[in-house]
Ligand binder design. Structure first.
Ligand code: KIV
Length: 263
């Protein structure tokens, strides 16, 4: 998948879209050898790569640095970069400067959380030739306003608001929409009412595609076990085992052998 047209084609053909987050060159290289359709350089990098408790600490410069690292190794794949906390809230010129930084770092598109106060901005970004991915439901940049990482759209009014926001984002020109932590029935309803593809995380199986945080699906963090997550391998165990084997072999002089030494 290389362009937004491929997203559209997949929805039209009823083929699921697969996305994964990535923040660095070494994983980007592995992903580019896989069948995953597209990469998100998510602001979740503030947590996964930099150890912060929330995504609020990500800055545009940090996002651009990680985006460039990913693009260098995944040059053939479609890469979306997140607009971080507050980067869209300080006026049009400032927002456009942030968009420019991410696109010049090599992103093919940007993602913006939430619809309120963003509709005109999204129209302007799209009119400037930059594809925009929307993001509704649990929007982690608003974690304090939402009262924590909770399922969104559970009552009728909240579901209607998300549903209307989805339509507004499509009208503004978004090429795709992430739905995070919403009931399956709501995600399914939004998916059927939109012509642009929906990408779900914690939104059930009816969305047009799925996205997961790479380190989460690789099982790198034993203490992170939300209901929506499936660990496709137990990475934490495998890596700890490898590290301990290395320690044992160094201590017992099994490594390095002649094979790994220069005569
Ligand atoms: O930052 C991120 O990783 C995201 C995905 C969870 C959708 O926004």
């Amino acid at each position: 998948m290389k362009t937004i047209l491929d997203f559209q084609k997949k929805k039209a053909n009823g083929q699921k879209i697969t996305m994964i987050t990535c923040y660095d060159s070494s994983f980007a290289q592995l992903i580019s050898q896989s069948q995953v359709d597209a990469i998100l350089v998510g602001d979740s990098l503030a947590q996964v790569m930099h150890g912060h408790k929330t995504t609020l600490q990500a800055s545009t410069n940090l996002m651009a640095l990680h985006t460039a690292a990913v693009v260098r190794a995944a040059s053939g794949q479609f890469v979306v970069a997140d607009m971080p906390f507050m980067s869209t809230r300080k006026g049009l010129k400032n927002s456009m400067d942030q968009v420019e930084k991410l696109m010049k770092a090599g992103a093919n598109a940007i993602k913006i959380e939430g619809a309120d106060g963003h509709i005109q901005l999204i129209q302007h970004i799209v009119e400037s030739g930059v594809p925009v991915m929307g993001h509704l439901g649990l929007t982690p940049q608003s974690i304090h306003q939402l009262g924590g990482p909770k399922i969104q759209g559970k009552n009728e009014a909240a579901a209607l608001k998300i549903s209307n926001d989805a339509l507004a984002l499509q009208k503004a020109g978004c090429f795709s929409l992430v739905l995070e932590c919403v009931p399956t029935s709501l995600a399914s309803h939004i998916t059927s009412q939109l012509s642009i593809p929906t990408i779900g995380i914690g939104a059930g199986a009816e969305t047009d595609g799925q996205i997961l945080v790479l380190q989460d699906m690789l099982g790198m963090n034993k203490n992170f076990n939300p209901k929506f997550l499936k660990k496709f391998m137990e990475g934490a165990d495998l890596i700890t085992e490898a590290l301990n084997s290395y320690v044992t072999e160094v201590q017992t002089k099994k490594f390095p052998t002649k094979e790994q030494s220069y005569e």
